[in-house]
Design a protein around this ligand. Structure first.
Ligand code: C2E
Ligand code: MG
Ligand code: MG
Length: 729
């Protein structure tokens, strides 16, 4: 009973040692002790197997001589080699009753007998898969075979040793594995780190310190976000969450190093999966700042002109290709080719030529808006890309501006250089052109401009749709119209409803176009308003009307006043007030004889500034009328707040006043209300006597329309009678 208990305690102890990974030799010693207790006269040995040369070597055996131990090294196993060799090779228990008469011991008999060994019982120590680990044996001083108990003991001992060895091998394999990966982590040149499921650092390698100065102890426990630029937090968080779901990610972010400097990293996030469960996230961050910088530098060199720093042709084409699909409407490509550059370059040397090109580039930059794209194509050729709608519409005045900008002399190294340029313009519909084609068209246009004697521009007409073409042409022509006296003022009389006398004239502008004939204002005023040309145009009309009126009034008993239409655009300008004064001063027309017609839309846009300006104008003595009243949004009561004298009822109400009930009621209402506010009422567009009669009867003050007279040129106006037929007869 005691023996069994002791044996169990022994076994328990050995198992604990195995579990706590104690060294094999210590375990072997314990096993030996356990067996020795059972067989006090036995010598207990263990031979370790080396599969490389299929040999056994004695590693334990208290009580054996050194000579014996040495003899038992690297013993080749085999079915006839002593006891252990046989046990190893047959993987069976081998019992040698008496070494003295066992033929298998022939080679070792003398050695064994010298040690006083007679019996040997050996058992192979194998893993569960039968891989041989060694042999466990007991030697006895007298011949004999084991009892059952002894056999069980030997087998148990062998089992324990097998278990210990297997554990040790597993352990080693594990260590190899983990330490192998550890060095991958440790020596990886990139920053490798481990995050917990919240995104906080659990570990970081030396690379993190090398790259960003962020040593492991510095970042442990902190969140990865702290080291990333704020605008990249979302992207990084998203990638982290994907990795946390088990999906590896790769992305680029801007990070901060220990000194707070930005650097660009390429990050790979990998899930750490243990037993099918993500337990953390690995990150590998590669510093790609340099790489990206050199990529960018390379890209810059490929797409830029080194002399001027501008884009080169490749850069221009790339930009055009990029912008074309995005642009709304049209884009314009201007190709600027210097005239006579070659002779300067050849005559004064390339360094002067280079400086000139730089100066030209600077001037072009000055002449363009920041949104315009400028490039130097090659030699003396520059390209400009316009994509914004108002820039495209204004391409031609821009081109003219650039021409005069370049025509100014350049002073380089004490040389005063005169160059001019030929500019080709090509318009492309955003969707329908490809970049190369557009540039090609601009080239054709430049050639045309050169052929026309240089210092000029030409534009490629091609298949641009006709409305745009007309628009562009009109734009350019309008520019000339003011300069070349193509604008003419027509006058239409306004008649006093009570007396039939002509009291004033409305100045209405006409464009005497060299090819198209007389162009009505409706065809160009809106365009002129968009392009800003309305400012010059109205200024001219104002000036001309004042001049004309003075000469008309010179030959009249009762002087007429003149009404000039003023676009709302002027009310956003500061110089307008002075322009009015100047027109009055220069002509000598008294301010009471000038009336400005503004549309009610202006008032609605209703800036304080517009009303204030209007008030100042009124204070001069100039009169103000609201034109086209009724077509806008303003209500009659709103008029009360405005510094005005007159309301002009729009033609559309007058047209069917004698037939349409509703319009009649509106007109009636406007007249009553206006009178109530102390305003005069003008009815526009009276064409028939019925309309005239109707309005007279409704107590309209002033009448205007074809019925009395169409707008006519000055000389015809002078032929009109002073009284016009207000009443029938
Ligand atoms: P508006 O100021 O309302 O001018 C009256 C328009 O009605 C004129 O057209 C005139 O010819 C037309 N009209 C006059 N009586 C009759 C009629 O009995 N029947 C018909 N069917 N039409 C009549 P127009 O000259 O074509 O001018 C159109 C508009 O262009 C003007 O409308 C005015 O808003 C603008 N405009 C004309 N001249 C100038 C100018 O010098 N500067 C600015 N900013 N706008 C101008
Ligand atoms: Mg008018
Ligand atoms: Mg009108």
């Amino acid at each position: 009973m005691d023996r069994i208990l002791v044996e169990l305690a022994d076994q328990q102890k050995i198992q604990d040692m195995i579990a706590s990974h104690e060294p094999f030799m210590a375990i072997l010693a314990e096993v030996t002790k356990m067996v020795a207790r059972e067989m006090p006269s036995a010598i207990v040995t263990f031979m370790l197997y080396d599969p490389a040369d299929e040999t056994l070597s004695l590693v334990a055996g208290d009580g054996l001589s050194d000579a014996y131990r040495q003899a038992m090294q690297r013993v080749k196993i085999g079915p006839q080699v002593a006891t252990c060799g046989r046990a190893a090779s047959t993987q069976k228990v081998v019992i040698t009753r008496d070494i003295d008469d066992d033929p298998n011991w022939a080679d070792y008999r003398d050695t064994a007998l010298k040690e006083n060994l007679r019996a040997c019982w050996s058992i192979p120590v194998t893993m569960t898969n039968e891989t041989l680990l060694g042999t466990f044996s007991t030697y006895h001083p007298t011949p004999g075979i084991p009892t059952n108990e002894q056999l069980v003991m030997i087998m148990r001992a062998a089992g324990l040793l097998a278990f210990a060895l297997a554990r040790q091998q597993d352990q080693r394999a594990l260590r190899i594995q983990s330490q192998r990966y550890q060095s991958l982590f440790n020596y990886h040149p990139d920053a490798v780190f481990e995050l917990d499921l919240n995104g906080c650092f659990v570990a970081a390698n030396q690379g993190s310190e090398n790259i960003a100065g962020l040593a492991e102890e510095h970042i442990l426990g902190s969140h990865f976000r702290e080291y990333l630029k704020a605008e990249h937090h979302d992207a990084a968080q998203q990638a982290f969450e994907q990795a946390r779901k088990g999906i590896p990610q790769n992305y680029e972010v801007v990070a901060y190093n220990i000194s707070g400097e930005e650097y660009l990293i390429d990050v790979t996030s990998l899930p750490i999966i243990v037993d099918d469960e993500v337990v953390g996230v690995y990150g590998i961050a590669k510093d790609i700042t340099r790489q990206r910088e050199s990529e960018l530098k390379l890209h810059f060199q490929r797409t830029h002109d080194m002399l001027t720093g501008l884009s080169n042709r490749a850069g221009f084409e790339a930009r055009l290709t990029e912008d074309l699909p995005l642009a709304k409407g049209h884009v314009a490509v201007l190709l600027i080719n210097l005239d006579g550059f070659a002779s300067i370059n050849d005559g004064l040397g390339h360094s002067v030529g280079d400086e000139l090109l730089q100066a030209v580039a600077n001037r072009l930059v000055d002449g363009l808006n920041p949104g315009d794209f400028l490039a130097r194509f090659a030699g003396d050729e520059f390209g400009v890309l316009l994509t914004e709608r108002n820039r495209v519409e204004q391409a031609l005045p821009l081109v003219e501006g650039l021409l005069s900008l370049l025509a100014r002399p350049f002073v380089i190294d004490e040389h005063v250089l005169h160059v001019s340029a030929s500019i080709g313009v090509a318009l492309g519909r955003a969707a329908s052109k490809n970049a190369g084609e557009l540039i090609q068209h601009a080239h054709l246009a430049v050639r045309e401009a050169k052929a026309q004697g240089r210092n000029t521009w030409e534009w490629y007409v091609g298949d641009v749709d006709s409305t745009v073409r007309e628009h562009i042409e009109l734009r350019r022509e309008l520019l000339e119209a003011v300069e070349h006296d193509q604008l003419v003022l027509y006058y239409q009389p306004l008649v006093d409803a009570a007396t039939g006398k002509m009291t004033s004239l409305e100045a209405l502008v006409r464009w005497r176009h060299p090819e198209r004939g007389m162009v009505p204002p409706g065809d160009f005023i809106p365009l002129a308003e968009r392009t800003g040309q309305i400012i010059d145009l109205d200024r001219w009309v104002l000036w001309k009307a004042c001049q004309d009126l003075e000469s008309i009034n010179a030959g009249r008993e009762e002087p007429l006043s003149v009404a000039v239409n003023i676009s709302p655009v002027h009310f956003r300008r500061n110089g307008f007030f002075d322009e009015i004064k100047q027109a009055l001063d220069e002509s000598g027309l008294s301010p009471e004889k000038l009336e400005l017609e503004v549309t009610e839309g202006l008032m609605m846009a209703g800036s304080e500034k517009a009303i204030e300006l209007l008030q100042n104008i009124r204070n001069l003595g100039v009169r103000v009328a609201i034109d086209d009243f009724g077509t806008g949004f303003s209500s009659l009561s709103y008029l009360r707040q405005l510094p005005i004298n007159r309301v002009k009822i729009d033609r559309s109400f007058v047209r069917d006043i004698d037939t349409g009930r509703e319009n009649a009621a509106i007109v009636e209402g406007i007249i009553t209300m206006a009178h109530h506010l102390g305003l005069e009422v003008v009815a526009e567009g009276i064409e028939t006597s019925a309309q005239r009669n109707d309005l007279v009867q409704r107590r309209c003050d002033i009448l205007q329309g074809f019925y009395f007279s169409r707008p006519v040129p000055l000389n015809e106006l002078l032929k009109l009678p002073t009284e016009l037929p207000v009443t029938e007869g």
